[in-house]
Design a protein around this ligand. Sequence first.
Ligand SMILES: Cc1cc2nc3c(=O)[nH]c(=O)nc-3n(C[C@H](O)[C@H](O)[C@H](O)COP(=O)(O)OP(=O)(O)OC[C@H]3O[C@@H](n4cnc5c(N)ncnc54)[C@H](O)[C@@H]3O)c2cc1C
Length: 504
Amino acid sequence: MAAEAEIEDRGERWLVVGAGPSGLSVALALRTAGVAFDAVEADRQPGGMWNFDNPGSAIYETAHFISSASRSGWADLPMPDHYPDYPRWWEIRDYIRAYAAHHDLGRHYEFDTRVEMALPVGDAPDERWEVALTDGRRRCYRGVVACPGFQRVPRIPSYPGSFAGETRHSQTYKRVDELRDQRVLVVGAGNSGVDIAVDAAVAAERAVISVRRGYWFFPKLIGGVPLDHFGINTVSSQERLAEFLALHVGDVTRTGFGAPDHPPLTHHPILNDQVLHHLSHGDLIWRPEIARFDGRRVHFVDGSSDEVDLILWATGYRDEMPFINTEHCRISSTDADNDLFLWMFHRRYPHLCVLGPANLAAGGYWGLSAAADLIANHVRDEQTRPERWQRFRALIESPEPDLTGGYSYCEREGHLNYVNAAALDAYSIELATEFGFDALGFPADYEPPDVIDIDDWLNHPRPVERPPHGSLTPRAYDPLELIANTQQRTPPSPNSESRAFGAP
Ligand SMILES: Cc1cc2nc3c(=O)[nH]c(=O)nc-3n(C[C@H](O)[C@H](O)[C@H](O)COP(=O)(O)OP(=O)(O)OC[C@H]3O[C@@H](n4cnc5c(N)ncnc54)[C@H](O)[C@@H]3O)c2cc1C
């Protein structure tokens, strides 16, 4: 039997896993907070899933950002103004790499280095974390911040019968050419599912999409500007939004889709203008849920059936971190049994933090850096302000705050990890205020954004000028005002001394 590698003790250092947008945000936040850390990334360079050839990347050649360039960047380095409203995958990749270079974050990382296993040693709350790396090296850290991405472990449903064609998860789909001359069935109408269905409508011999329920389809632009420039993220706008969608998108049941059985934004929004276009042109056929397989024939619950060569399961991902045993960390969007407070802080193990599993209807790396700042503040406190650390720990062990913002998210569709962006921002600011944390992701020259009121616009529809990407703050509401109004607290100064936001 081969001798076990000696464990290298890394003392009080933490380990950051992953150099995607989350890991990079955490690396910068820890460095800014003065916390000693190492960082590892399985791929050759920063970029996360946006590195097309990163094994397990969910990106395909026709993938674009779904949130707009103006609202989605890091606050201290907006996306360049020449970027389109919805950048292409390689523009996001380049932007992430530019962010890493801008802050010289690469020097903290060992690339081509995967964490194969991480487990707690010793009893909580004093546990340390042992990790095993790809090449057999083993190390022991004070703690781990895991940012491995949560669109990595495919979720595939099963149906009766056996299928004689090819089946694979959408994660393996890369190029339109893979669909040529094939009768393709895409299962699922998430944002990847509808993108791939659109590719199939153009390239495949026959394109079919199967969905279990009705959805709202959001247009990418309203009055010429991206949807997320509008203030649509509150329950009060829900009715107006339904009205707007009925007016501008129309009755989706005419294309075959079922009518949505939930109010808008209680399910992750599907932003796609082309899928309805192809359905209405007959290039794409809609089917309900699969009932069973019989050779190459797929039968659906309404009695219809199709001959299919290739099934692409666009059915999402499991919330798993393969290198941490679920006994040590349970994360689930379908099961209430979760170990993470705010989807970030482990309730039992103080030295395990995770960034990534929360899902929200607002894209943006600004939000990741705000969350990373929260983690870094807390990690630093253990070393420098133990009393405050204890107070925050007590909060972590208490019941989860209500971050739904009043929405009833679709639990049966795996939306237990869904949080309302406005509620999350407001709560984070409230925490920062209460605990005296450094500012969370706000640029020093923070200005409340221009929000286009959906009500006002519906009453007076008009083209809207698109401002330069860098001139907008990432959210279509002012979180400072929000917290001041709803919580009656003084928001923290955006001009934190410890972080030079916006500095070149
Ligand atoms: C088609 C598509 C469109 C999207 N559009 C948007 C959008 O418009 N706006 C938005 O905000 N988000 C969007 N996303 C979501 C996307 O998840 C985020 O943009 C972002 O990539 C998440 O960053 P992350 O760092 O959490 O994860 P990832 O980008 O997945 O990065 C995780 C990194 O961790 C590394 N890693 C994993 N396991 C290990 C290990 N064991 N050891 C070492 N390294 C490891 C991986 O190699 C990877 O580099 C989209 C996703 C898809 C698929």
